[in-house]
Design a protein around this ligand. Sequence first.
Ligand SMILES: Cc1cc2nc3c(=O)[nH]c(=O)nc-3n(C[C@H](O)[C@H](O)[C@H](O)COP(=O)(O)OP(=O)(O)OC[C@H]3O[C@@H](n4cnc5c(N)ncnc54)[C@H](O)[C@@H]3O)c2cc1C
Length: 455
Amino acid sequence: MLLSSFLACAAIEPGTPAADPDSHVIVVGAGAAGLTAARALHDAGVSVEVIEARDRIGGRTWTAGVGPAAVDLGASWVHGTEENPMADFADAHGLAYIPDETRWKTLYDETVGKALGDAEWTVADDAYDAFEAALPDLQESLGQTTVSVARDQWITDEGLTGQEARLARHAIDQWMVELEYGGPVDTTGLRYFWDEEDLAGGDQFPVGGYGGWIEAIAAGLDVSLDHPVTSITYDADDGVEVVANGETFEGTHVIVTVPVGVLRAGSIDFNPELSTDRLSALDRLDTGNLEKVALVWDEAWWDGSLEFIAAGNTGAFPEFFDMTELAGAPTMLALYGGRFARDAQADWTDTQIVDAALAVLATAYDRSIPTPTHTAVTHWTSDPYTLGGYVYLPPGATPDDIDALARPEGEVLLFAGEGTDSTYYGNVHAAVLSGLREAHRLGVDRFNIGGWESW
Ligand SMILES: Cc1cc2nc3c(=O)[nH]c(=O)nc-3n(C[C@H](O)[C@H](O)[C@H](O)COP(=O)(O)OP(=O)(O)OC[C@H]3O[C@@H](n4cnc5c(N)ncnc54)[C@H](O)[C@@H]3O)c2cc1C
């Protein structure tokens, strides 16, 4: 316990659990949500400790060294800077970010076997805008059917065929669904699709990666790494007992921030069992899939970033970002999601994934590709401490299900994490907001941390 920190108790409202000097809050998970909650409580004078399964902090933010390159293998972008507590924290702590000014140099259509020009980019952009505009009517008329039905129906209704249809499908499937939500297009619910809020300010990249930002949030916290939590016993009178790696941690409250995929898998045994409301919400929700392949060379042999429309719109490696400037070494970062990510992650080795990504580059640039000096392949889909990219709504699920995950179970078991924020789920700022929300719930009325004073 960090008893000295009780000196700062003024920020806590009397009569709340956190105002009790005997309170000790256990936070499960050292991702953005858990670290935010812990830091907000700690700096308000509450005794808090964080228990983390992995040998590192950050969760789905992970700035890794891939040879000489520093690459974000989890979250890369700050999606909006206005009303974003992550950006506010960065501003207050001198953590820099730069606008995403990706130069899309090549749009390659595998079906016709050539790179396309500005006219075709415009067709794809227009399809994106037109489908977005058509969504309210489609949602009204089709309700809880799937996006794929609506997408196919819309393409037919618009009379798009051939390359126009391929471009429209790519724009909808990749830009709006699979690289955005991660869920396969055929299992993504239409009714609430594209409904969540966007923050103003544009997409930015944290300079040096998210890692430095996460380290800054974690400053001063007591974090036990390599401690996968296997059971949590909770009782309003007796407090909580959290078992991890053979050790039992006792506290007055616990905030569980593990991903929705981990909760859905039942990896943690809760005693008493979680409420039916939460279990049925977990049943309706799902986690999408978003994966990355980082490819690093001694010298850049390409120019700009690549958009790739695989034959049959399979979603195979649709985007390669030129990350050279940010990574500090010549680096391409391939993103892929949805059905293709599920299948590739289930069936392919890392070598096969890298080779398939290199084959796409060879096709698109019509040249032999030098062997990368270093590579990294992510496995968020199968990683036992993530089990998916982030939460999305299949048909039948609603934002109320996400709200159900945000509610505490009784007085001492609380939840945070991106998948508990129905306004911004799937984002780092959703995770941060959920951490601040739970610190408020435990009675911290005002945060005395740079950037979070007004949150
Ligand atoms: C590939 C990818 C790209 C993304 N890109 C972006 C982006 O560009 N911008 C953006 O805003 N968002 C992005 N996201 C989403 C963003 O990364 C997440 O929304 C956010 O980081 C989630 O934070 P969290 O704290 O809720 O969960 P996590 O970061 O997953 O933290 C949960 C923690 O719990 C730990 N844990 C799990 N099980 C246990 C257990 N049994 N015991 C103890 N600890 C456990 C985990 O190890 C983890 O550290 C991306 C996600 C992925 C996967």
